[in-house]
Design a protein around this ligand. Structure first.
Ligand SMILES: *[C@@H]1O[C@H](CO)[C@@H](O)[C@H](O)[C@H]1NC(C)=O
Ligand SMILES: *[C@@H]1O[C@H](CO)[C@@H](O)[C@H](O)[C@H]1NC(C)=O
Ligand SMILES: *[C@@H]1O[C@H](CO)[C@@H](O)[C@H](O)[C@H]1NC(C)=O
Ligand SMILES: [Ca+2]
Length: 973
């Protein structure tokens, strides 16, 4: 149900600003605090705090930026090349937050409506457990999706309940602690509100409820039926607003604080502030469980967002190439190590014939090198291999927008997987590059062939229909298909090194197949550095002309404009760094198909997704995980990165062949986000192109242009999926899907695939009903030994009769084991020594009958932590000893168990400690009561604490500005 026309969008905005039509904090079209604002602000704040802490630990300066924006925070964290990565994460979390209003508008517990406190809290705590399980397996994408979802529910609590009306200024921590009870909820028979009518709704909550500090929330029901009868119990508050039918039944009026215009709109900002603090508190809880560096990784701001992903042919015939592949991969890994371009993870998938996989992923470059170096070739001659099976696994397992490199010397045997691979490419926007080491027809004779002959053969190679497949996939993804020999492979690796640079943007990309002579103009703005041109083709002739009129053609490898490197069919032109700004001309003539790609490094870039928008009862959107609709309107959500001064002026869908351009209508929805409505999607493959301006220097506006590298295809088939409930190892999950095509009759072909081979049921064909729809269910079965936190990628593909049209749905499904351990480790301080000269120590930690201590981290301190594990009966006790120098007096010891229950074990912050007196023990107080923004800690200091001793120990600690040495016993209940 996307907007019918641009006019309709504008109409709805007017409607929303005049009628109260809100359900939750809104997600679109309002000047009030939206879920997006609350989420973004809390993420920025928490991320900046973690960076500050890391900088302090490393002895670096850190200036807390103001205002906090994606740009200012990445800059303050010294990773300004990673803005796009950080923006992608923030956008992802915001999108899944918004999806709750789209998917679950009438599921009350998702919004804490109708007094569903326990169910709502359950959603949050189970969600937190899922996130921690996902993060333990480094499944960041699933964890981000889940985070957005539960933040929506958490934030709604502050708008929909009477927490704020009860006079609370801080978050209700029990919402994120599974082990704490939520008491004082008004029971079903307790009336909570009196009637009001808009003007006098400020005071509609009954005094008795306020005095007794009882929790209540507004009832909410949307119904189109004229015979609506509300299920609201007698005397209960309503949510309120235009769509809430319960608010017209006694007691009338409502209590929500969703916007300034709501019944309790006067408290809107207060509610939004506490919701922001609650969001930050939940993020802090996750941080406690995973640690600072992993938290920053989760937020997309450590190292490069990119992963290095290799898919390598290991058949016997690769024997002499594989050593070169090993050498090259080592070189690439080493050249990135320690730079901000260092990949955040390394993924490797082997394939041969008939097997492929498994996918392995590591964040350790040495481990990855060892894996690659251990590769040996076996089996398989020069027959086609399972290349697409390997590639499919890589696409499903790599994060979105990854660069994937496939090394092979043979054509694909599993060509029938092409449509799934294309669907994954479109959905992930990852780029696939093929390094094709030799034509299969000659591989056996290669040793007797001279290099000369080889390259002769290569020049005609892409007309080999077997390799057209690779060419087609690389083109669709915006990657390259490069032909190399063993001898020239090292030269081709420049492409791997280039594409893993951070802040890489695409200025122009085009494929001309069939070939035609063309003059391409490329606008290079002042923010672009390291301009590089890539051309692939069969001996194309090209001339590049700079903005100042200097030219260089393909015969001049070292010319006036830069260096041209040629390997097989691949030309890389690295342009000199001076005078890159302006309009470049690249004219290409070729008898064979060719591709051109122009990239640079810039902070200005964009993200986009096709979305579906609903207007009622609250405006909401869902990011499409399938192809956009071919006929009629479609909407994109486009986000521009690069700072406040960057504005989009034009968004267009450009046919990949270069002929047609469709302009969209832009609506700035704030925060760098634009909704773009396109009335007619190109019928053939297309890319997204944006133009805009930024005022880098005050005088001259900088006009920029960027484009997406992935080619997208439209479809007339729509697929919606439905997943209910949670999925635990050892159980089945049913995924329902509904297909509509607009054409009645006929049979649809259905294919489904998942990357863990869990699929157990699939309807291979569905019959369309008279309305042109059909529904089916696929079932996945997870073995009971599946690790908790496993992420399963599922694709469902549907073809119309004769495969004239096809579409897909892509889902990420998480498996989480039931969490029974809900208490953090317990810590017992054994001794504290504040003597600067001696080592001392002390703490005992255990997780009792729980899952066991998984990590012990020192925050705010740069001393040395050592731990030993000792058995105490059948409980493991971790003995921790922390020794710091006299210069480092503040510290906090955080313990987390296997499932991520985390708590502060010991906390000593000098600045916040009151002047020393002997009673009561300020140290003990610090340990058990953190600040509001402090961890969910509440760790008891149990047993063996001699308060007098502590007091005096503490005193010397404080007075001496201490060599803090502490030992703690951490126990768990
Ligand atoms: C350009 O790229 C090269 C290699 O990728 C890198 O060493 C250099 O720092 C980059 N220059 C700029 C200005 O980013
Ligand atoms: C390419 O450039 C060289 C050196 O400027 C020139 O001699 C040659 O004619 C040019 N070739 C073409 C096809 O323009
Ligand atoms: C819940 O956990 C907290 C620590 O997060 C602990 O202090 C508290 O005693 C626990 N409460 C219950 C009822 O188990
Ligand atoms: Ca535990």
């Amino acid at each position: 149900m996307s907007c019918q026309t641009t006019a309709a969008v504008i109409f709805f905005i007017l409607l929303f600003s005049t009628v109260r039509v809100t359900f939750a904090f809104n997600v679109l079209f309002t000047s009030s605090q939206k879920h997006q604002d609350i989420t973004t602000n809390a993420i920025l704040q928490k991320t900046a705090e973690v960076c500050q802490e890391q900088a302090r630990r490393a002895g670096r300066d850190f200036v807390m930026p103001f205002p906090l924006t994606v740009d200012s925070v990445t800059e303050a964290c010294s990773v300004s090349e990673l803005r796009k990565s950080f923006q992608m994460v923030v956008s992802k979390i915001k999108d899944s937050n918004a999806l709750v209003d789209y998917r679950h508008i009438s599921d009350e517990e998702y919004h804490f409506d109708s007094e569903t406190f326990l169910k709502g809290r359950d959603l949050i705590t189970r969600g937190v457990a899922t996130i921690k399980a996902n993060l333990r397996l480094k499944n960041y994408e699933s964890a981000r999706d889940k985070l957005g979802e539960i933040l929506h529910t958490l934030q709604d609590f502050y708008s929909h309940s009477n927490w704020i009306e009860l006079g609370n200024k801080f978050p209700y921590s029990n919402l994120i602690r599974p082990n704490l009870t939520m008491d004082n909820i008004a029971d079903r028979n307790t009336p909570t509100c009196r009637s009001c009518n808009g003007s006098n709704c400020d005071e509609n909550i009954l005094e008795s409820i306020i005095w007794e500090k009882k929790l209540t929330s507004g009832y909410f029901e949307v119904s189109n039926s004229s015979h609506f009868s509300s299920k609201k119990p007698n005397g209960k508050c309503s949510h309120g607003g235009f769509y809430d039918r319960t608010s017209r039944t006694e007691p009338t009026g409502g209590i929500n604080k969703d916007t300034f215009d709501s019944d309790h709109g006067k408290l809107h900002l207060q509610a939004a502030d506490v919701a922001t603090a609650a969001t930050a508190e939940l993020l802090e809880d996750i941080r406690g469980a995973v640690g600072d560096s992993e938290f920053l990784r989760f937020m997309g701001i450590t190292q490069s967002p990119s992963v290095l992903c290799f898919v390598i042919d290991t058949t016997g015939s690769m024997g002499d190439d594989i050593d070169e592949v090993k050498r090259v991969t080592s070189f690439i890994i080493d050249s990135k190590r320690g730079t901000t371009d260092e990949p955040s993870a390394y993924i490797f998938v082997p394939f041969n014939d008939p097997s492929f996989g498994p996918l392995t992923r590591t964040t350790d470059p040495d481990e990855f090198k060892a894996q690659i170096n251990a590769l040996s070739v076996f089996g398989g001659g020069d027959e086609p291999d399972m290349c697409l099976s390997g590639l499919r696994l890589a696409l499903a397992g790599a994060p979105p927008e990854s660069e994937i490199f496939v090394f092979t010397d043979a054509s694909a045997k599993d060509r029938d997987l092409k449509s799934t691979v294309l669907a994954l490419i479109e959905s992930t926007k990852s780029r696939v590059n093929f390094l094709l080491t030799k034509p299969s027809s000659s591989r056996r004779r290669r040793s007797s062939d001279g290099e000369q002959d080889q390259s002769q053969r290569f020049t005609t190679r892409l007309s080999n229909p077997l390799n057209q497949l690779y060419q087609g996939l690389s083109e669709a993804s915006g990657g390259q298909a490069i032909e190399v020999t063993k001898a020239t492979l090292p030269q081709a690796t420049s492409i791997v090194v280039d594409t893993s640079s951070s802040a890489l943007v695409t200025l122009l990309q085009a494929v001309r197949n069939p070939p035609k002579a063309e003059n391409f103009s490329v606008l290079v703005d002042a923010s672009v550095k390291n301009l590089t041109v890539y051309i692939t083709g069969n001996s194309p002739s090209f001339t590049i002309t700079s903005p100042s009129g200097i030219s260089q053609n393909e015969t001049e490898s070292d010319g006036a404009l830069g260096d041209i490197q040629t390997v097989g069919n691949f030309y890389r032109v690295q342009l000199n760094s001076q005078n890159q700004t302006g309009i470049w001309q690249i004219s290409i003539n070729s008898a064979q198909p060719y591709t051109i790609k122009v990239t640079g490094q810039s902070v200005i870039d964009f993200l986009f997704n096709f979305v579906e928008i609903i207007q009622e009862p609250a405006p909401a959107y869902a990011v499409l995980d399938s192809r956009p609709k071919a006929d009629g309107n479609t909407t994109l959500l486009v986000t521009v990165t690069g700072g406040e001064s960057v504005k989009l002026t034009e968004v267009a869908l450009v046919e990949a062949s270069g002929s047609g351009v469709v302009n969209g209508t832009l609506q700035d929805v704030g925060g760098g986000d634009y909704l773009v409505t396109v009335t007619l999607v190109p019928a053939e493959k297309f890319v997204v192109r944006v133009r805009g301006e930024s005022t880098l220097s005050r005088s001259t506006p900088n006009i920029f242009q960027r484009q997406s590298s992935t080619q997208l295809s439209p479809s007339n088939i729509s697929i919606t999926t439905q997943v209910d409930g949670t999925w635990e190892p050892g159980t089945n999950l049913s995924v329902g899907f509904t297909v509509s095509t607009g054409d009645s009759g006929g049979n649809l072909t259905v294919r489904a695939w998942d990357d863990h081979e869990f699929l157990t049921h699939l309807p291979e064909s569905l019959t369309l009903d008279s309305a042109g729809s059909a529904s089916g269910t696929v079932t996945l079965t997870a073995p009971s030994d599946t690790p908790s936190g496993t992420d399963v990628t599922l694709t469902i593909e549907v073809d119309t009769p004769g495969a004239s049209d096809s579409n897909f749905a892509m889902l990420h499904l998480s498996l989480v084991a039931k969490v029974t351990d809900i208490t953090p480790p317990v810590c017992e301080i054994v001794s504290i020594n504040a003597n600067c000269s001696s080592n001392c120590s002390l703490s005992n930690l255990t997780d009792g009958n729980g899952t066991g201590i998984q990590s012990l981290t020192v925050w705010q301190g740069n001393g040395n932590l050592t731990t030993t594990i000792v058995a105490d009966g059948d409980i493991n006790v971790t003995l921790a000893s922390y020794v710091a120098s006299c210069c480092s007096e503040d510290f906090e010891l955080v313990a987390a168990d296997e499932v991520g229950n985390a708590g502060t074990c010991f906390r000593f912050i000098r600045a916040t400690v009151p002047p020393s007196t002997s009673t009561p023990s300020p140290l003990a107080r610090e340990c058990s009561h953190g600040g509001v923004a402090d961890l969910p800690s509440r760790i008891e200091l149990t047993g063996g604490i001699n308060k007098d001793g502590f007091g005096s120990e503490y005193e010397s600690l404080h007075l001496q500005a201490a060599n803090a040495a502490i030992s703690a016993h951490i126990r768990h209940q």
